[in-house]
Design a protein around this ligand. Sequence first.
Ligand code: NAG
Ligand code: NAG
Ligand code: NAG
Ligand code: NAG
Length: 337
Amino acid sequence: MLAKLTSLLLLSTSVHALPPSLDIRQASSTAKAGLAWPNGPYNDIDQYRSTGKVQWYYTWSPSPVPTDLEFVPMLWGARQVAEWSRTISDTIRRNHVTHALGFNEPQQAGQSDLSPEDGASIWKAQIEPLKAQGILLGSPAPSSAPSGKTWLLDWMKACGGWDGSKGGCTVDFVALHWYDVNSTAFIRYLEDFHDTFQKPIWVTEWACQNFNHADQQCSQQDIVDFMNTTQSFMDNTDWVERYSWFGAMRNLSGVNQWNALMTNDGHLTTLGKQYIGAVTPNISSDPKPGVVHGGKGDTSGPIIESAALKSTANTVAIIAAASAINTLNDLFTIGLM
Ligand SMILES: *[C@@H]1O[C@H](CO)[C@@H](O)[C@H](O)[C@H]1NC(C)=O
Ligand SMILES: *[C@@H]1O[C@H](CO)[C@@H](O)[C@H](O)[C@H]1NC(C)=O
Ligand SMILES: *[C@@H]1O[C@H](CO)[C@@H](O)[C@H](O)[C@H]1NC(C)=O
Ligand SMILES: *[C@@H]1O[C@H](CO)[C@@H](O)[C@H](O)[C@H]1NC(C)=O
C-alpha cells in the first residue's frame, strides 16, 4: 500500500511539477520482486508470498488470478485488444491497478511482432487513455536481441516522442527481457537501457539461458550464482523498479529447466525459495559471471526470443503435459537441453 501511494505521489510530481524534458521519475526502492505468472488460477500463487518479498505479478494478459498480490495488466499484442478493451476498466477498478505493461517482445516474429507504427497506434488507442486514470505505463518489452533497443527507439519516433501531453506515447518506465548466461553483461545491458531512455527499469523476464548455443547452458550452480548476482544488483539499484524471473511454472517452454521456480508438482523449488528470500543461497565461493558448465559463455544477446507463454489454453496444455513427467532429469532428457 505504501508503495502504491508513493507511486501515485511520484506520478503527480512528474505530471505537474517538472518540465517535460526533466520528466524523469525516481523509482521506488521496495516491492521489486514479482512473478511472471502464466498458470491461471492453478498452483497456488500465494505460496510465493510467505516472505513478503514478492509483491506483484502479471499474466501476459489483462486478466488477473485470485490473489491479493498487486496485479499489473499487460496488453500482450494486437490479438489481445478485444479482451483488453472489454475488461480493462473493470479490472483497474476491482484490482486497484496502479501500473500497466505494453506489448510483449514487439520486434520478434512469433511474439507480438508489431511494426513501430502499429505499436504506436494501438498504444494511443488502448494504453495511453489509462494515463487519465493515474496509471503508470510501462514501455513495450523487447527481447534482448540487438533489434530490441532499435525497435524501442523507432517506436518512440513513431509515437512522436514519449510525452503524452504532446501527443506522444507516455512511458513512465521501460520494460525489457534478457536471456543469456553472463551476469556482468546483464548489468551492462540494464545500465545501457537506463542511460539511453532515462526511465526506471522493469525486467519482466530474465533467466540464465543461452539461446545462441543450445549446448552451452548454465548448470544448477551457475543459476544459483547468476540469480544471486543479478537479483542483488537490482535490489540495490534504485532505478531498477521491479523484476520478475522466468519463471514460476512447471515447464519453461525451452528455457533451461534449472531456472524453474516451481517443481513438477507445483511447489517451490530451492531456486524459488532463493528468489523469495526464504533461504540463503548456496553461492559458489568464487562465483564467476559468464562461466557456463560444459562450454564457454556467449556474450551476445539471444538471437531468437523468449519463451513467454502465449495463451492460457496453451499453458493449460503445457501444465497437463508436464504433470505426466516425474523428475527434472526427465525434462532434460526429453530435450529441453
Ligand atoms: C546473495 O548471496 C549472499 C550470500 O549468501 C546473500 O547474503 C544475499 O542476500 C543474496 N542475495 C539475494 C538477492 O538473494
Ligand atoms: C514443454 O513445453 C514445450 C512447448 O514450449 C513442449 O514442446 C514440451 O513438450 C513441454 N515439455 C513437457 C515435459 O511437457
Ligand atoms: C553448497 O555447495 C557446495 C558446493 O557445491 C556443497 O559442497 C555444499 O554441500 C553445499 N551446502 C549446502 C548447505 O547445501
Ligand atoms: C561477461 O560480460 C562482460 C561484459 O560484457 C564481458 O566483459 C566478459 O568478458 C564476459 N565474460 C565471459 C566469460 O564471457
